[in-house]
Design a protein around this ligand. Structure first.
Ligand SMILES: NC(=O)c1ccc[n+]([C@@H]2O[C@H](COP(=O)([O-])OP(=O)(O)OC[C@H]3O[C@@H](n4cnc5c(N)ncnc54)[C@H](O)[C@@H]3O)[C@@H](O)[C@H]2O)c1
Length: 271
């Protein structure tokens, strides 16, 4: 039986360092997480911080984001908060500039901020439609365009966008504006992924459903029980379970994963 020597093996089967890993930065990587004052965003910030990243927690609720950041690092050396509204491109640009001045332009961007809205197809006003699109979809375009150039230049970057089951299947609970924005997030994810793939920058979407966060605070316990019963796994999800997936997607090992959508929904939707 003959074996292939290195010189005989075809390029696609060669295991070079370039194929299996990316150059490690001299300093910890910088992650910007929007909507990080609570819920899934706060959990993602905690998970990335625990992995050794420097984290910038952006939220329109500045004091709450600051409290979470202080909980991660009271001395602000490795965790900072940014008070900004993702609806406002100037505020987003200022926030990214603050992170760049403090550490460097983000290596990792997690577009998580969103408003959860339930107004029906027939009742949603055009104003609420536009506001929801601005927060849940337009902000993804703006923040990604702000952060991607430095990632592309460095030839390493990670963008993760929080989508939703509602953006895949529609919803009887979430409003049409929420669902349409999240469907838009899925296609924006693919467009940025196609554009940035040659530069070592991956862009993926995570689509949760039925994860217990403050966004569910208004839901009555009976409806939550009914929802949990409908989940094949038999319970509601936890923010840390979404954060664990995001942590993987932003790692060096995930360089071959891009343009993908990952469901975290306890089996509510199976492809
Ligand atoms: N919880 C779920 O079951 C679920 C399901 C599907 C998708 N998601 C998505 O996951 C992400 C996080 O959801 P969550 O349940 O933790 O939400 P949440 O409402 O608990 O937290 C959202 C955070 O975003 C911030 N935010 C909202 N609008 C903002 C703006 N304009 N500018 C800056 N910050 C803003 C809020 O202040 C809040 O801190 C969202 O994108 C949501 O659509 C969640």
């Amino acid at each position: 039986m003959s074996t292939l020597t290195d010189s005989q093996s075809t390029p696609e089967f060669q295991s070079t360092p370039e194929c299996t890993s990316s150059p490690q930065p001299a300093e910890p990587r910088v992650a910007l997480i929007t909507g990080a004052a609570r819920g899934i965003g706060a959990s993602i910030a905690a998970a990335l911080h625990a992995s050794g990243h420097r984290v910038a927690l952006l939220d329109r609720d500045g004091p709450a984001a600051d409290a979470v950041a202080r909980g991660l690092d009271a001395g602000s050396a490795t965790a900072i908060s940014l008070s900004a509204d993702v609806d406002d491109g100037d505020q987003l640009a200022a926030a990214v500039a603050t992170v760049a001045a403090r550490w460097r332009s983000p290596d990792i961007l997690v577009n998580n901020a969103a408003r959860t809205v339930t107004t029906s197809l027939w009742d949603v006003t055009l104003r609420e439609w536009d506001e929801t699109m601005a927060t849940n979809l337009r902000s993804v375009l703006i923040a990604s365009r702000l952060c991607a150039p430095a990632m592309r230049e460095r030839r390493w970057g990670r963008i993760v966008n929080l989508a939703s089951l509602a953006g895949q299947q529609g919803s009887r609970v979430a409003g049409p504006h929420y669902a349409a924005a999240k469907a838009g997030v899925l296609v924006l994810t693919k467009m940025f992924a196609q554009d940035l793939a040659p530069y070592g920058v991956t862009v993926n979407a995570v689509a949760p459903a039925a994860v217990v966060t403050p966004a569910m605070d208004g839901v009555d316990p009976e409806s939550l029980r009914t929802l949990a019963d409908a989940v094949p796994v038999g319970r509601l999800g936890r923010p840390a379970e979404v954060a664990a997936l995001v942590r993987h997607l932003v790692g060096d090992d995930a360089g071959y994963i891009t343009g993908a959508t990952f469901d975290v929904n306890g089996g509510l939707f199976m492809r």
